[in-house]
Design a protein around this ligand. Structure first.
Ligand SMILES: Nc1ncnc2c1ncn2[C@@H]1O[C@H](CO)[C@@H](O)[C@H]1OP(=O)(O)O
Ligand SMILES: [Mg+2]
Ligand SMILES: [Mg+2]
Length: 309
């Protein structure tokens, strides 16, 4: 018998609503900002407060459940996903937006059992849009069913990505050359909203046709990856291979064709996996950085995970 986690999802939605009021109350206020891994990797007391609020509410209701939370990991908790029921939480996705009062911030809550995401909730706080999906049961925004655009022609695509917090030369040159090569396809445009979770929900709701990103963490996209697939989209690794929640790389798209078009031109820079396991995508310095040749040749040589198409 397949367990139905619907009650758990309803509980997740109710605590996301409580958490949003905390985010709204703090949004206009003066914020105490600390740095994490780089001068552009910010955290506030509200990130920590919202994560504590969510985790303590869940612990009270489901004492055996496990957690992977962005700020708990920053405080030293281990981000290893086991088969146990696990809540994967980003208390504020878009902290830089939050600090600057750029009005796109989200609360992202995913729930996985046997390493499979059962449901995902993304609450875009300022827009008051509550996105949710349950595995096999579709995706919704404020109870309206979601469908991706279904676009097949990459030259007509509006593509979303994020600029990230890395400031080293290799990451920055890879990031900018990826944008350069996409624009040269050409595509219609590139956007960055500042929250990976909302970026992915925009793909799910057909506002954008694709999203790709290297460097985000599992809590940024665990919920929205399910929302995209339940809305009829595809979710892959940046190589075009199988999506791996812990790899810190993703392409979400309206169709396989658009995902493949992006996989052919974007390159990854090295990032330590969330679970600390060795990175399976070998990075040849000759194929990253400012080399503008298509990555197809490298894929054919078999140094990247096998393509699904
Ligand atoms: N090291 C990293 N590189 C790129 N993006 C990151 C990142 N860490 C977090 N992000 C996420 O990417 C988006 C901003 O570019 C946000 O969703 C941000 O999440 P956060 O606000 O929860 O930290
Ligand atoms: Mg985040
Ligand atoms: Mg966050």
């Amino acid at each position: 018998v397949m367990a139905d986690w619907g009650k758990c999802l309803d509980f997740g939605v109710s605590i996301a609503r409580q958490a949003r009021t905390v985010v709204l109350d703090a949004f206009e206020a003066q914020k105490v900002v600390s740095l994490k891994t780089s001068p552009a990797d910010l955290v506030t007391e509200t990130d920590q407060g919202v994560e504590n609020l969510l985790i303590s509410a869940i612990k009270e209701k489901y004492p055996t459940h496990k957690f992977i939370g962005e700020e708990s990991v920053a405080a030293g908790a281990s981000p290893v996903l086991t088969d146990s029921p696990t809540w994967i939480i980003d208390p504020i996705d878009g902290t830089t937006n939050f600090v600057h009062r750029f009005p796109f911030v989200a609360i992202s809550i995913a729930f996985a059992v046997n390493k499979q995401t059962e449901f995902g909730i993304v609450y875009s706080c300022m827009e008051d849009k509550l996105y949710r999906a349950q595995r096999g049961k579709g995706a919704f925004c404020n109870d309206i069913p979601l469908r991706t655009s279904g676009l097949e022609d990459i030259t007509k695509a509006l593509v979303v990505t994020e600029i990230g917090t890395e400031r080293d030369d290799l990451s920055l040159s890879t990031l900018t050359s990826n944008i350069y090569r996409l624009l040269k396809i050409p595509i219609h445009g590139i956007r960055a909203v500042g929250t990976a979770a909302v970026d992915m929900c925009l793909v799910a709701s057909a506002g954008a046709d694709a999203y790709y990103h290297v460097g985000m963490h599992c809590w940024d996209i665990a919920a929205s990856a399910l929302i995209v697939s339940e809305a009829g989209g595809v979710v892959h690794d940046i190589s075009g291979g199988k999506f791996d929640l812990m790899s810190r790389r993703v392409i979400a798209a309206s169709s396989r064709t658009v995902a493949r078009g992006i996989a052919q031109v974007v390159e990854a820079f090295p990032c330590e996996r969330d679970d600390g396991l060795p990175d399976l995508l070998p990075l040849d310095p000759k194929v990253i950085g400012l080399n503008l040749t298509s990555r197809c040749s490298t894929l054919v040589q078999g140094t990247y995970p096998k393509l699904l198409w």
